[in-house]
Design a protein around this ligand. Sequence first.
Ligand code: NAP
Length: 450
Amino acid sequence: MADFKLLKPPVEGAKITTKNGKLQVPDNPIIPFIEGDGTGPDIWRASVRVFDASVKKAYAGKRKIAWFEIYAGLKALQKYGNDNVLPEDTIEAIKTYLVAIKGPLTTPVGGFPYVCLSCAAEQGDSPKNRPKKCIKCGSEWITPRFRSLNVGLRQRMDLYACVRPVRWYQGVPCPVKRPDLLNIVIFRENTEDVYAGIEFENGSDEVKKVLKFLSEEMGKKIRQDSGIGIKPISVTGTKRLVKKAIDYALSHQRKSVTLVHKGNIQKFTEGAFRDWGYELAKEAYRDTVISEKELWDQFNGNMPAGKILIKDRIADQMFQQILLRPDEYDVVATPNLNGDYISDAAAAQVGGLGLAPGANFGDEIALFEATHGTAPKYTGMDKVNPSSVILSGVMMLEHLGWQEAADLIVSAIEKSILQKRVTYDLERQMEGASKLKTSEFADALIENMD
Ligand code: NAP
């Protein structure tokens, strides 16, 4: 049993474990959750009622999740003090219990040295003048600027695959004519690429060293007033991501996996991603996958039953493809930056981020999360749409193998949207819709499970 500093796991639950790489889920699994900052608590209160209702209904009370609150962001600061926004307890709990879910967390973005975790306002000018109270909302929960907690969680647990399913829900307003044709699952590499955090600022001593090395040792001429970022993409990082994507395609009866890259320009990183992706597919799945060339040379373009097509597209073309030929794409595997752009573009195509779920997977651990931010201006107003966390919970239930409960929630969301009983963000775009609070939307979903 893990040794926690301030956490007490629920006594009535049991631990999820793994055996031969497969998840072993008891009927009363302990699942850690992080409420999140800003609107996170409103969203979590609504979401947990929906999860519990679906599990109770699907399994007639035989199964029940033992929720275990863990802390990051504002609540961590309040509980642990000492500017501790990501306590070791939190990392340890997720590592111990293997499956966890979280709401949005504040991420400072600007150049200010302090951030208010109550309203996300950034402020202060130096450690000498550390603000005692937030200049915007008056809260005392000010902490020094930190790197993204989301990135911190992913890095600490090596959650290398960011997974975003994107599909349309009937009735959701959106900018395209046939949103129903897009139904893809994006596997975005989470640990490498320009997100590795290796950057040297213009004018710094470090950048001067790098420029000197590149010029003198490598013969590369770069403008002296440049900042420099490094883009590592490895065989290891690529192959484990592509493996996850192919495994998912196989276990979810998907038809194809598309490697999306910018290999025409960045040959040794993005191009290598494509090559290593194909290599992995051949090495590990030779009997199950076929390439586009094999499809045409050997099968005259007709997909043989039981096989998965593996293909690749250049990233800029992929943005056109998901708009123009959305039904030709299914599972997508791509490096970090392409994945970041494509996830949001695809979500916008079917009606926005409010309904987009997400998850981060490592070899054993899975962390499910909202894809939107903390929407701090709506904190405590019981107003925002909880669907992103709820649908992340659907992914979590599927991961546990509790498909019946997951299906109940999805059909309840579909019904509520068709009934036009929605939160403000959808109501303002739908004619004749009723505007529900976050909690009332949860009530509507629970009612629609009957
Ligand atoms: P944001 O929190 O996503 O909010 C931007 C706007 O998106 C909101 O004002 C609202 O638009 C809409 N929105 C967001 N969530 C919604 C929901 N659940 N229901 C309905 N509408 C929703 O982005 P931000 O204001 O740029 O970021 C705020 C903080 O969140 C920052 O600290 C940021 O770094 C952090 N963040 C965290 C995560 C994460 O934890 N995964 C992700 C992104 C950002 P309207 O006002 O137009 O209705």
